[in-house]
Ligand binder design. Structure first.
Ligand code: SAM
Length: 328
């Protein structure tokens, strides 16, 4: 799959549910309305959809959400997609999770062939963790993270940099990740979906985060890539990597190799644009995958050049949907 700008699409992110057991303040409002079940693809349909993308050249699949591990029986999907890794049809199957259910599932994920996972963690302070996630318990999440480590999964911690939210903890997070052998990625808040709060009050440019970290840590730019949009540095004192995902201060679209499909089978060719393609109708219209495959081909021919995120007091969200719909 080559898009109109010559980029090969090799990375599919699949949101397996729009539901989540947390309500992070920058991500969702507290009173979210979730989709009715009939609109959601079954696990078998999600697997069929992934299979079509793999036949078209996708080499990496990331399951996300919502919270992927709250979807009932999601481990059966993980196990079936894991077979594609074992057969060599896929280079990598991975997952982004908030770790609340990870103590239960870490071992199963490793057995299915998952080698690395991303875990979202914005604070190591229990009260603050609860304030940011509204419903979260830090001890449960730490237990999940340690279960992942014990199961042999390589852990990358994702932290959204929040002005006055966690900026005084960034050094501690670097230190903690160093102690446990985890990489760490900082993310800028993106204007996605209405959250009933002023995003300019949360937004912290990562250029500032990096220059503050440099007061304490020796950071060296490195070429390391994971197929995602982060640029990485090595921390001399811990030997670990720090990634920076900067959709606002630096546009990262030139090297975009990915598309996203939601749990309703809607394909978004860009995280920051509204244009989408309905894959559920062709998927359900025929038992053969011909209609589905032509819908995918047609959609890829419309992949836009990039997004255009702006955080401004008067600006509307760049897109109406929340990150939890498209999958972060
Ligand atoms: N529930 C899983 C988790 O917590 O990792 C997967 C889905 S969550 C939407 C994926 C990532 O998106 C999380 O790291 C979250 O912090 C991030 N995220 C959500 N809304 C965001 C926003 N508006 N700007 C930047 N990152 C956001």
């Amino acid at each position: 799959m080559i898009d109109p700008f010559g980029r090969a699409i090799s990375y599919l992110r699949v949101s397996v549910t729009d539901r989540c057991d947390l309500r992070c303040v920058y991500c969702m409002g507290e009173d979210m309305h979730f989709l009715p079940k009939a609109e959601i693809l079954s696990l078998e349909e999600l697997e069929r959809l992934c299979g079509a993308f793999v036949r078209f050249g996708v080499r990496k699949i990331r399951l996300t959400g919502g919270e992927p591990l709250v979807r009932r029986n999601v481990m059966s999907l993980v196990a079936n997609l894991g077979k594609l890794v074992k057969s060599g049809d896929l280079d990598e199957l991975t997952l982004t999770t908030n770790a609340t259910q990870l103590a239960k599932h870490a071992e199963g994920l490793a057995q299915a062939g998952i080698r690395r996972i991303n875990i979202s963690l914005d604070s190591l302070n229990p009260e603050r963790f609860q304030a940011i996630t509204r419903w979260g318990r830090l001890d449960q999440v730490i237990e999940g993270i340690m279960a992942a480590k014990a199961a042999g999964l390589a852990v990358k911690i994702n932290t959204v940099a929040l002005k006055e939210g966690n900026e005084d903890e960034h050094d501690r997070l670097v230190e903690w990740c160093g102690e446990h052998g985890f990489d760490l990625t900082f993310i800028e808040t993106m204007p996605m979906g209405e959250i009933h709060a002023d995003r300019t009050e949360q937004y912290l440019p990562l250029s500032l985060v990096r220059s503050r970290l440099e007061n304490r840590w020796t950071l060296t730019d490195i070429d390391y890539r994971t197929g995602g949009p982060a640029t990485y540095v090595k921390v001399a004192e811990t030997g670990r990597r720090i990634g920076f995902i900067t959709p606002l201060t630096h546009n990262f679209c030139e090297s975009c190799n990915r598309v996203r499909v939601t749990c309703t089978g809607t394909l978004f060719m860009c995280l920051g644009q509204e244009d989408a393609a309905d894959l559920r109708t062709p998927l359900r219209a025929s038992e053969s995958d011909h209609l589905l495959e032509s819908a995918i081909t047609e959609a890829i021919s419309r992949k836009p050049k990039g997004h255009d995120f702006i955080i401004d007091r008067n600006a509307h969200p760049a897109v109406g949907r929340h990150m939890s719909v498209t999958g972060g």
